[in-house]
Design a protein. Sequence first.
Lengths: 104, 368
Amino acid sequence: MTAVRVVLPAHLKNLAQVHGEVVVSVSGPLTQRVVLDAVEERFPMLCGTIRDRRTGRRRPFVRFYACERDLSNEPPDAPLPDGVAAAITVGTEPFLVVGAMAGG
Amino acid sequence: MTQVRVLAGTRKGAFVLTSDANREKWEVSGPHFAGWEVYHLKGSPADPNRLYASQNSGWFGQLIQRSDDGGKTWQPAGNDFSYVGDPGTHLWYDDTPRPWEFKRIWHMEPSPDDPDTVYAGGEDAALFKSTDGGQTWRELTGLRLQNSRTDWQPGAGGLCLHTIILQGSRMFAAISAAGAFRSDDGGETWRPVNRGLRSGGIPDPDAEVGHCVHHVEAHPSRPDTLFMQKHWDVMRSDDGGLSWYEVSGNLPTDFGFPIAVHAHEAETVYVVPITSDSLHYPPEGRLRVYRSRTGGNEWEPLTNGLPQQDCYVNVYRDAMATDTLEECGVYFGTTGGQVYASADSGDSWMPIVRDLPAVLSVEVQVIR
């Protein structure tokens, strides 16, 4: 099992009633889906807030970052890039769920 | 001691305002769900401490929140609003077919008998029901699948199901811009009930569907009598929606959004006239509630305590309510963030809170 640090946007932290980062345990190769499934399993109230419930796709104004890279449009089942996966696996970098800058 | 609780949904959260029966001094709690749009929150008539709230965000989608202590604390409930089967298409603004797509819940309607049973009206138009306190939702497909559906077309606010009236096995729902619908079997099957409505903005002014209904209300003692604020026109039905006739009478404009009925006088009705469909503020910058004590046609302006100059707010469709105290209270919220209350059936008004975010909905409970 790998302990993955995940940073949620403020509104979702409030919803999940957590402060700071959360840590979820995952197994197997690190992918977006594996990480987000683990987040939703631990915090079921977040189901539908990050990914569309019906299609499973990322909501339009939610982004995924790690290691200063934008992973938002990477295939959800593709293994995270080597350097990113390594940094997340050893815990030096978190997986960031970000509310996109939008509006005026 | 009797308590009055006003539930205000706003663009940036929910607020709970409480007072004693005098309705003079109010305590404000909130924002609950700060930063989220709360289209509607409403209490269960069967258990006033059970509240349901529709919480939405353009970033994070739809949530339902539930309180079991009158709004002091909240717990997320279920938010899986799935259309049953292939959702099909409705007309888009350019007359092309558009797949049904869930966007938000506009209205929550708790059952009068069971705190765990609640209905939710969605955009794109659909009616959902929960019997487990909002944890799971089931679409009542009979409404969305009835024959006129392919002709439904969204109004400027979206193809939203915004009105739900529960009368035992009989139910009414209203959709912008499709019209009013009635079920006689607890929501399993539905039919349009729009005869008598005339809408100048559609090709066939008295078509079976296509009318931009803004809100419908009924007095509990007169289930066959319905009052409707349409896009233009204030309408009335005395036969359970089977036919409608206009009761706009001497209103300065018959455009508006909310309509409310006095708690004890089934022929006393309230509207807030708005200048026009392109000027969403009161005529002459004077905020006036109009009251009819004759079931329509004859209306009197109510101005005492309301701003009578330089007022350019709007009042949304779900932002007006009445309480059930002996001297009926009337409440409404504005896009300017004020919630006004009258403890004397509308004769005089006072703002019970002034500077909230734009108010989307107002409901009121009397806890005895």
